[in-house]
Write a protein that binds this ligand. Structure first.
Ligand code: HEC
Length: 127
């Protein structure tokens, strides 16, 4: 394929591909009016996430730490938590492998867990 045609194809697929991707990614939403609460998030985090991300949020041999600049809100928005729990995560930042979806944790609970992680990041001076 001539390079010009190829470039045009790439441009077109970028335009078509991105909205399609965005539509496929339905971000689970917590109930409107829910007040995400770090205290409610702590036990949920410990039950569902700590085995890989660490009780101290510093990671384990199965998953990355959340007390890390990679997971500040500007780089991983709260939606990333909802998507990670619902769809799992394909390994991309680290060498731990993929994260499987976490079953049985509803969006309200994810919002509490995220609030807990944000509170701990804040305490650790990672913002
Ligand atoms: C079985 C291990 C395991 C469990 C349990 C687990 N995770 Fe993960 N998680 C991982 C791994 C591994 C990654 C890193 C993937 C990468 O980027 O390389 C990850 C990455 C993430 C990310 C980053 C997503 C992104 O977009 O880069 C978020 C957010 C996350 N996990 C949230 C959670 C939450 C919330 C829970 C609990 C409800 C949880 N995880 C439970 C293993 C786990």
């Amino acid at each position: 394929m001539p390079i010009r045609q190829f470039r045009r194809l790439m441009l077109v697929s970028a335009f078509i591909g991105m909205p399609a991707l965005a539509q496929g990614w339905q971000i689970p939403k917590p109930a409107p009016g829910l007040m995400p609460n770090p205290a409610a998030g702590k036990p949920l985090y410990e039950r569902n996430c700590a085995s890989c991300h660490g009780v101290d949020l510093k990671g384990t041999d199965k998953g990355p730490p959340f007390l890390h600049r990679v997971y500040v809100p500007s780089h991983h928005a709260d939606a990333a938590f909802q998507l990670a729990v619902k769809n799992g995560v394909r390994a991309h930042h680290w060498k731990f492998g993929d994260m499987a979806p976490v079953k049985g944790v509803v969006p309200d609970e994810v919002a509490h867990i995220t609030a807990y992680v944000r509170a701990r990041q804040c305490q650790a001076g990672i913002e």
